[in-house]
Design a protein around this ligand. Sequence first.
Ligand code: FAD
Length: 318
Amino acid sequence: MKVTKHFEQAKGKTLFSFEIIPPLKGQSIHSIFDAIDPLMEFKPPFIDVTYHREEYVFKKLPNGLLDRRTTRKRPGTVGICAAIINRYRVDAVPHIICGGFTREETENALIDLNFLGIENVLALRGDSIKTEPGFVPEPEGHSYAVDLIRQIGDMNNGIYLHEDLQNSTPSDFCMGVAAYPEKHFESPNLSLDLAYLKQKIDAGGDYIVTQMFFDNKKFFHFVEKCRAMGINVPIVPGIKPIATKDHLTMLPRLFNIDLPEDLVDAVLRCRDDKEIRQVGIEWAIAQSKELIEYGVPCLHYYTMGRSIATRRIAEALF
Ligand code: FAD
């Protein structure tokens, strides 16, 4: 079922969902099931599976030169989605990205998803390759998520890349898009970032999932700005519990977000990781309670493949 249909059927009740990342290449699918199993009693209607593009690995040759190889460390997004649907009978939402894909490859990937009965996708630009300074689209690929959304929209209207196709069957994907309550790191300001977000919704985005944030006021401000400019689709907040002291520097660096002073002080007062995890869980519960009161359609947790903290949060809320 479409994610937006799940929201409609919930009739104002806040749903629980989460995101998992594929295991490192060579690991078993059971590591994914081990992460999902403890969360199933909270009845997630859908589970997101991230997509990880290729990376460059440099190997030193005997002559001293470096040999550049391309590898994907976390393949398997589509297979995991199919396994989730098969095992748990819930919807799986694969993330699909522009990076590394030509339009033709995107179309073929979407055809696979359609044939597997996957009805939802989160359509993203994707980040740049780790060793590259900025995002570089493939030749014949998309530069921005909005272009990918337009391609999926075309397929939903039966328009494929080969215009001479006759009697083509339209797909019917529900499309989620990403947004950033504290703005995307490349954007000069929130207003311009929101103008581009509006483009994504006008192009066919059906709902929004936000980047993690730790200060609900930022989310409320973001939602108000969205509504004021006519972005009226459901907006799902993304929540991540802090788990280590390193998160204090790593999360702002990776995700361009601020951490509130109270949260940072509480983490710095902790004597060990166990205490930090407890602070992170309590903060996420307090954040989630306020967001439920605000009336969000769904709370979406970033598990990063570890479900213990998310389970403790869900126990307190769902
Ligand atoms: P876009 O919407 O294309 O925006 C990228 C930047 O370009 C922004 O600064 C925007 O303001 C600007 N912009 C947008 N449109 C235009 C335009 N037409 N002209 C000029 N500028 C424009 N990454 C992965 O690789 N895999 C994942 O699975 C993944 N999952 C994610 C899930 C969520 C919920 C979120 C919030 C992010 C996720 N990301 C993932 C990260 C995401 O791919 C990066 O943040 C990426 O840098 C931007 O993606 P986007 O879809 O928001 O891009």
